[in-house]
Design a protein around this ligand. Structure first.
Ligand code: UT7
Length: 324
């Protein structure tokens, strides 16, 4: 039996920090509201010359270094992003070139905030079936490019960043299971409304860019319910009790959603990796960013049982159960 296991993690954040106080100066919001409703204190935003693929390149380099894997050994790159540099070539192809990877398969997966879990699931399947031995999986986003910086309902929530893992084939798990789901019936609750094929009418309202639109309150309710279900599904599929989990590494959209999931799992908040306070919601980058942070500061250790989960636009949602 072939499994995939994580042999290195990496991440990268832009240098520019935007605090809640900074946002108070440009819109009708306040630090207290943002902290109490979301848990966010600050976020990172790309500067001149930075983009989704420049962040991803650094995160991938850091993951390759941690794994002691040379780029020439990679035979698959899967990239979760909903804010690609270009329509095409895919961000994965642009990163493939930057890293000097061989002519391996390279693809983008657009599953909004669940993008990394989806990408991990795809790469895991390639390794399990023997078509790849080593894979790079990345989540990278520049949500700052699609929020409307005059709208407090969305502008305060998001940030930019990237995270990555290197997977390798192994006789031992590794990734025990991944589950991915989607339900397009809720597309209108979290979307951009404009796009290449439908056209870009209205983008002048957002400085010539598509605008991220969200009915936050409704998304919140579905997210809490759905993440509860995916947690049950994951534990049942692995015949595992929640007490066997060491760490919850959730998508970082809102601290209140994370607390609700931890409560359902009867996990102490000390077993939950939180980065939303410093990163905001970085969509598909949030889970690998949080994972890398906890690996590097020594919280997550080899042999620990990790539950990764995410929920996002589509709606999409998913989980990965990992013996690290
Ligand atoms: O990552 C993908 C999935 N996304 C999510 O999971 C996000 C889910 N949703 C959420 O996290 C929350 O719904 C939000 C953080 C987006 C909003 O929190 P909420 O507690 O649901 O607030 P609300 O939208 O019900 O708004 C409450 C009030 C409103 O004022 P009134 O109508 O009560 O007078 C808003 O206008 O808060 C006001 N408000 C703000 N006030 C200050 C909304 N945004 C802000 C703001 N600063 N930035």
């Amino acid at each position: 039996m072939i499994y995939s296991r994580i042999c290195g993690t990496g991440s990268y954040l832009p240098e520019k920090v935007v605090t809640n106080k900074d946002l108070e100066k440009i819109m009708d919001t306040d630090d207290q509201w943002i902290r109490e409703r979301t848990g966010i204190r600050e976020r990172r935003i790309v500067g001149e010359g930075e983009s989704t693929t420049t962040l991803a390149e650094q995160a991938c380099r850091n993951a390759l270094e941690a794994a002691a894997v040379d780029p020439s050994e990679i035979d698959l790159l899967v990239m979760g992003t909903t804010t690609p540099d270009l329509v095409f070539p895919s961000s994965a192809c642009l990163i493939q070139k930057k890293l000097g990877l061989p002519d391996c398969g390279a693809m983008d997966v657009n599953a909004a905030c669940s993008g990394f879990i989806y990408a991990l699931s795809v790469a895991d399947k390639f390794i399990r079936c023997g078509d790849a031995r080593k894979a790079l999986v990345c989540g990278s986003e520049t949500l700052s490019s699609i929020v409307n910086w005059t709208k407090r309902e969305t502008a305060v929530l998001f940030g930019d960043g990237a995270g990555a893992v290197v997977l390798e084939a192994s006789d031992e798990p590794g990734i025990l299971s991944t589950h991915i789901h989607a339900n397009g019936n809720h597309a209108d609750l979290l979307s951009t409304e404009v796009g290449v094929s439908r056209g870009f009418a209205g983008i002048e309202e957002n400085d010539g860019r598509p605008e991220l639109l969200m009915k936050g309150n409704e998304v919140f309710k579905v997210a809490v319910r759905t993440l509860g279900r995916i947690v049950d599904e994951t534990l049942e599929a692995n015949n595992m009790d929640k007490s066997e989990l060491d760490w919850l590494i959730p998508h970082q959209a809102n601290l209140r959603i994370i607390v609700a999931t931890a409560r359902k799992l009867e996990m102490s908040m000390d077993q939950v990796v939180i980065s939303v306070d410093r990163h905001g919601n970085t969509s598909s980058a949030s889970v690998p960013l949080a994972l890398d942070e906890a690996v590097r500061d020594g919280r997550v250790k080899r042999g620990d049982m990790l539950l990764l989960e995410a929920f996002g636009g589509g709606f999409t949602w998913g989980s990965a159960l990992i013996k690290y």
